[in-house]
Design a protein around this ligand. Structure first.
Ligand SMILES: Cc1cc2nc3c(=O)[nH]c(=O)nc-3n(C[C@H](O)[C@H](O)[C@H](O)COP(=O)(O)OP(=O)(O)OC[C@H]3O[C@@H](n4cnc5c(N)ncnc54)[C@H](O)[C@@H]3O)c2cc1C
Length: 454
């Protein structure tokens, strides 16, 4: 490797950036990875609390690019089902799939990020600079300006190419936007009227989980939803998705007594598990939930946007990170196909990937309504039971959720198109009949194959 060669500059050492940098370095490229924050391996997660994510097969396949998939699984808790909690305290176990081997994994965001930083640093041709936020990118000159937070000095870094993996608030994307209108950069940002806040269920004194461990707990209440994912230390990270405005919205729940009675009334079993509710609720920030779409991700072949910087989505399919990891896999396949001709690779990558990131963005919005309202709806429950029966009986039947989550051989776009068509077909049947036991499953599966998959 030419020591004087300009490095590939990757901006943002989060989940996508650290995987991408590790992979490019493993391929022999000289990589400089910049990160705004302090090294998470030294500081731990913000506030000392675990924040977790659902990792599934698309993400795992991509982690395999740097040999991190099995190590990630060792840090994760398998979740086979949603456990739905009703207002009267009763619960319903709702498996993600009729196949036993299909499950998702709850994993610590910080732990996974640390693992990928370790993988990246194993390469001598890669250097990570923490505490160094990118301020802007000069796309024409192919340089990026950074501030070294340790001494406050700004400096300009030259690059062979620049890849922005700096998340939903991307500084690299801002530089795309700041260019003249002749660059034809399209950008849209759509916020939900709901925000989110993280709470915590702490472990029992012996370190065990207070509620069932191997599932994603969900308290769907129409306009309000609470979920909880297990952590290895026996705790759960709880996330409330509430509207900002209106009765019991984030902006209205200003009085602890009001918060108390709202939780006691709507989420009685969760309320009992969170003696720390008030401090968590009032100390933790409220995050916004939005979809960001933009295009093109490369403008002149010098730079590229990837991960949330290119396509931030709402978290309701548990696919944002998986999709960002899969970006790296698809990008890597483009390098296999086109070599190191970056302009060609960038352009082929965005042509291939855009429809899929749009698809998962739209599916994630659909799932917001499904999780919030439908999981407790009679027709939906019947449809879900029918899908389970089909999945148990036929190797070739996959529900929409399974197509998206457990079939990495299908693109998100294909999973969306086929999955939506199947949903529509089954919903029609479930609205017409209550007796799903009497349905001829062989005939139904054959019809679905002929009408939707032919
Ligand atoms: C509440 C919630 C729950 C979620 N749950 C799931 C889930 O269950 N499953 C799932 O797959 N996805 C989930 N996601 C989505 C997932 O978090 C994101 O899709 C994923 O983190 C994207 O990775 P990224 O590397 O592109 O961005 P990020 O993880 O945001 O990383 C960006 C990195 O860039 C750094 N950075 C930012 N600006 C600069 C700058 N100017 N200069 C240098 N560095 C910078 C940041 O510090 C950060 O390290 C969830 C998201 C939310 C909000």
């Amino acid at each position: 490797m030419d020591k004087n060669a300009k490095p590939i500059v990757v901006i943002g050492a989060g989940l996508c950036g650290s995987l991408l940098a590790a992979r490019l370095a493993k391929r022999g490229q000289k990589v400089l990875l910049f990160e705004r924050r302090t090294d998470i391996r030294l500081t731990g997660e913000e506030g000392g609390r675990s924040i977790n994510l659902a990792l599934s097969i698309r993400g795992l396949n991509s982690l395999n690019l740097v040999g991190a998939d099995q190590e990630a699984l060792k840090m994760a808790i398998p979740m086979q089902a949603r456990m739905i909690h009703f207002k009267d305290g009763s619960t319903r176990w709702s498996p993600y799939s009729g196949r036993e081997g299909d499950y998702i994994n709850s994993i610590s965001r910080g732990g996974l990020n640390a693992l990928l930083l370790d993988k990246a640093e194993q390469n001598k041709n890669l250097e990570i600079r923490f505490n160094t936020p990118c301020l802007s990118v000069d796309i024409e000159a192919n340089t990026a300006t950074f501030r070294d937070n340790r001494n406050g000095k700004t400096f300009v870094q030259e690059a062979s190419v620049i890849i922005g993996t700096d998340g939903a608030g991307s500084a690299v994307r801002r530089s795309y936007l700041a260019r003249s209108s002749s660059s034809l950069f399209n950008y849209s940002q759509h916020f939900l009227e709901h925000g989110y806040k993280e709470l915590h269920i702490y472990p029992n004194d012996d370190g065990s989980h207070k509620i069932k461990k191997n599932c994603l707990h969900i308290w769907p209440r129409g306009n309000y939803m609470v979920i909880a994912l297990p952590n290895l230390d026996g705790s759960f990270t709880v996330t409330c998705f509430f509207p900002y405005k209106g009765a019991n919205g984030f902006e209205e729940l200003t009085e602890p007594s009001q918060l108390f009675s709202f939780f006691k009334e709507e989420f009685p079993d969760a309320f009992q598990l969170m003696p720390n509710l008030i401090s968590d609720f009032y100390n933790n920030p409220t995050g916004s939930l939005g979809t960001i779409k933009c295009y093109p991700w490369t403008t002149n072949g010098n730079s590229l946007l990837m991960g949330d910087a290119a396509h931030a989505i709402v978290p309701f399919y548990g696919q944002g990170m998986n999709c960002s990891f899969e970006d790296v896999l698809v990008f890597d396949q483009m390098i296999d196909e086109y070599g190191l001709d970056w302009a060609t690779v960038f352009s082929a990558y965005q042509n291939e990937r855009k429809k899929d990131t749009d698809a998962i963005a739209d599916l994630a919005i659909d799932n917001f309504y499904e999780m919030r309202d439908h999981v407790a709806n009679e027709h939906f429950i019947r449809k879900r039971n029918l899908e389970m029966k089909l999945e148990k009986q036929f190797d070739d039947y996959y529900s929409k959720y399974s197509l998206v989550t457990f079939r990495p051989d299908l693109s998100y776009h294909e999973a969306m198109v086929k999955g939506r068509a199947q949903d529509e077909y089954l919903m029609k049947i479930c609205k017409q009949t209550k007796e799903i036991e009497n349905i001829d499953l062989i005939e139904l599966n054959r019809d679905i194959k002929q009408k939707i998959w032919r």
